[in-house]
Write a protein that binds this ligand. Structure first.
Ligand code: NOJ
Length: 751
């Protein structure tokens, strides 16, 4: 592409107008003229936060760095008082008074905590997701933060990978929509209630082999561009201010030192103009990848297009020497420094370094009733009803309810992973909320029932602050049976603990823990209706549960308003509408499992029970997931008409045929029947979240754009190849539930 065209696109991506861009250029250039080499390198240095006992630089190395102009940014510290000390050192004591950027992992809310990102993706509600990030930004900026390490847009196909909890699941199209919604919500127009977004982890972090965190990634470029890159690209196009490199290698070179990735693709091909920060200690890890020591890694990283070093100390310690010996040029340093200063300019920090340090806002803008109401409503949209035999759900608020399980009286744990600012101890437990809400109508009896797991290593890793107390298994069981014997219905609150997913928390088997299954087996013997609320940070294997338990709802980790949201849905004040954004396997051995797979030369028969000789399948389970991508039940039922196709517009009538007003997520999939490369069996290309009163119906139309039909071919050109495309619309990705028609694109219809 021509360079000037790229510049124009880059300007469009950034939210700056041409004059604003010129003003920024002028300001930053004038400032850089005054800066020494050391001061420029200082801007590229990001250090961990701390709390200060005094405001004297000599008392704290971080303050000292700020006062010497050797600190560009800090991470994971908050609070107006503390941050003011830091900003004072940077702006009043350093030679040029350049303010410090304050970053934090604001992943799913701040003190008002929303469901984990994987759960939020199951709402398929872009407005709500955007609003959740707007609220998160409002709260975090009220506490001094101006930069968030979010959104995490890594496509994840392997449920063993713990960080699947932090992303939006397996689909690139949905993932792209969510990435953009989040960037919009965080950044807005960079007011003082907005955060700068940081898109992570670029690139392919979710493709770690065998679902083991930080493991090797190896992938063809065709797959990269068709399946893994779209959400990063979408976030860049939405104007995200920064990107974070991933820990892994891409084509045998760590992402942090990968010039092709950072410069050729992200900057030149996509025309993105923000700044790139490494992940924590990534430059340091280059040596472990076998590419050279900290000095060499810092040179490679800077030259590749990394602008800021997160906590390796590589840039600050070595770049000056590397400049002297000619390994890098002044231009390399200037380029990175300019990008960092531009980010500070966009955030308005030069105009007012104390912009995010308004002590009054802490009291008015954080954990407000309005934010909490929204979080509760949001959480109800993320639950996925997996099974509801005999319409056990919603429960009637009457009689005796036995509430059993290690999650039943554990508010802290329901918040989910990676919520550093959550005040976990104030989160109401299910037991408290259910008792309170039903006090006039029903008796709620509680028993812990079992430990999360009988594996002491796993149990201990959860940490005393969130784990339910470790107790004698026999005593717990006896209590549970006695409570359940008296009940009309049993609600089991169990699954994973909050810290069994997230960074560095991968699992090699995804089945329910033995202690929990054993408890349910005993409860089933009582012959009473059982509802399982499954807490999970990833798709778990529910095969045994599906064949034994009448009602199952995946509630993931719903955040700070978990207990109210769960009661809303359990007792029918809200109707479940979430749909899976990850395939849930029948067995761990099926992983990585995803719906948009490529066909094989030897597909197993559609109707085959199990093993078919010389076909692509297993001896012991069929290839299908237990619950497919896009799946989720409601308390009502929906009927879909056939598709009518007029030109490029496909229309379907959806009717609410059940007894509840409810939301439905209508999904459009496309399959390219014949192409120059093998294409996935189906790909999500559109969706609508609609509301239908009971008895109501509506038409839903999708216009099939060129973009929905295009793909990256063997030459990595983004092309539309004329021919037949199967158009499928329905409630989930299961072929049997989809209505189908064919759209033929000829050379003339392909404009
Ligand atoms: C490491 C994680 O991979 C990344 O997601 C996070 O933003 C940084 N640490 C900073 O906490």
């Amino acid at each position: 592409m021509h360079k000037s065209a790229i510049t124009i696109i880059a300007l469009l991506f950034s939210s700056l107008t041409l004059t604003a861009q010129e003003d920024m250029d002028k300001y930053v250039s004038a400032l850089m003229e005054k800066m020494t080499v050391e001061e420029k390198i200082g801007q590229l240095n990001l250090m961990p936060g701390t709390s200060f006992t005094t405001g004297e630089p000599k008392d704290n190395p971080l303050l000292q760095m700020a006062a010497e102009g050797k600190l560009g940014a800090v991470l994971n510290m908050s609070g107006e008082k503390n941050l003011k000390i830091l900003q004072d050192a940077a702006t009043r004591q350093s030679r040029l008074g350049i303010p410090v950027m304050v970053g934090m992992d604001v992943i799913h809310g701040y003190e008002t905590v929303f469901p984990i990102p994987l759960a939020m993706s199951c709402s398929w509600d872009m407005e709500a997701i955007e609003q959740s990030t707007r609220i998160a930004a409002k709260e975090a900026t009220a506490d001094g933060i101006c930069w968030t390490f979010s959104p995490m847009v890594d496509i994840a196909l392997d449920a063993r990978w713990g960080r699947i909890a932090e992303g939006s699941g397996e689909d690139p199209f949905l993932g792209s929509c969510i990435a953009q919604a989040m960037v919009r919500g965080y950044q807005g127009n960079f007011s003082k209630q907005n955060l700068m977004a940081c898109v992570k982890h670029y690139a392919l972090y979710g493709a770690a082999e065998a679902g083991r965190d930080y493991n090797t990634v190896d992938m063809s470029r065709i797959r990269m561009f068709n399946q893994f890159m779209p959400p990063y690209k979408a976030a860049a196009e939405a104007g995200a201010g920064s990107f974070m490199t991933s820990f892994n290698i891409v084509e045998y070179v760590p992402a942090t030192t990968n010039r092709w990735l950072l410069d050729d693709v992200l900057r030149k091909e996509w025309g993105w103009n923000g700044f790139v920060v490494t992940d924590y200690g990534s430059i340091d890890e280059v040596a472990a990848h076998g590419l050279g020591n900290l000095t060499k890694a810092s040179v490679m990283a800077l030259k590749a297009g990394t602008d800021m070093d997160m906590c390796s100390g590589g840039f600050i310690k070595t770049l000056s020497q590397s400049l002297s010996d000619g390994s890098i040029s002044m231009e390399d340093i200037d380029t990175a420094c300019r990008r960092v200063l531009e980010a500070k300019y966009k955030l308005g920090l030069f105009k007012d370094p104390y912009r995010f340090l308004d002590a009054k806002r802490r009291a008015t803008d954080i954990y407000t009733p309005e934010h909490r109401r929204f979080a509760r409503q949001m959480a109800t949209k993320t639950f996925v009803l997996l099974k509801n035999e005999g319409n056990i759900l919603p429960l009637k608020p009457q009689g005796r309810i036995a509430l059993i399980g290690p999650m039943a009286d554990n508010g802290a744990n329901m918040v989910g992973t990676w919520a550093p600012m959550a005040k976990r101890s104030r989160v109401a437990t299910l037991k408290e909320t259910m008792k309170q809400r039903l006090k006039d109508n029903a008796q709620v009896d509680y028993a812990q029932g079992c430990n999360f797991t009988s594996d002491p290593v796993l149990q201990a890793d959860g940490g005393a602050w969130i784990a339910a107390p470790w107790k004698n298994a026999d005593t717990l069981m006896a209590e549970a049976i006695s409570v359940a014997e008296r009940a009309d219905v049993i609600v089991c609150a169990m699954g994973e603990e909050s810290e069994m997913s997230g960074e560095s928390h991968c699992r090699a088997s995804l089945e329910m823990f033995d202690a929990q299954q054993h408890l349910i087996e005993q409860l089933l013997k009582l012959g009473k209706p059982i509802v399982l609320l499954n807490f999970a940070g990833r798709p778990t294997v529910m095969t045994w549960e599906q064949s034994h338990i009448p009602a199952i709802m995946n509630v993931w980790f719903p955040g700070s308003e978990a207990s109210d949201a769960i009661c809303d849905v359990l007792f029918g004040e809200a109707v479940p509408s979430g749909k899976l954004t990850v395939s849930m396997p029948q067995a761990t051995g099926q992983e990585p499992l995803y719906y948009n797979q490529l066909p094989t030369g030897r597909p197993m028969g559609e109707n085959a029970q199990r093993f078919c000789l010389y076909k692509s399948n297993y001896l012991d389970v069929r290839n299908d997931p237990l619950y497919p991508f896009g799946y989720g039940l409601s308390y009502t039922t929906f009927a879909y008409s056939d598709i009518t196709l007029e030109g490029r517009t496909a229309t379907i009538r959806v009717s609410n045929t059940g007894d509840y007003d409810a939301d439905e997520i209508v999904q459009l999939y496309i399959h390219d029947v014949e192409a120059s490369i093998s294409r996935p069996v189906k790909e999500l290309k559109g969706f609508r979240r609609i509301h239908l009163a009971k008895g109501e119906s509506t038409e839903v139309s999708f216009t099939i754009t060129d973009d929905m039909l295009k793909f990256y071919n063997q030459q990595l050109d983004y092309v539309l190849e004329p021919g037949d495309f199967e158009i499928m619309i329905g409630p989930d990705s299961n072929l049997k539930n989809l209505k189908k028609t064919i759209l033929s694109i000829t050379d003339d219809t392909n404009q």
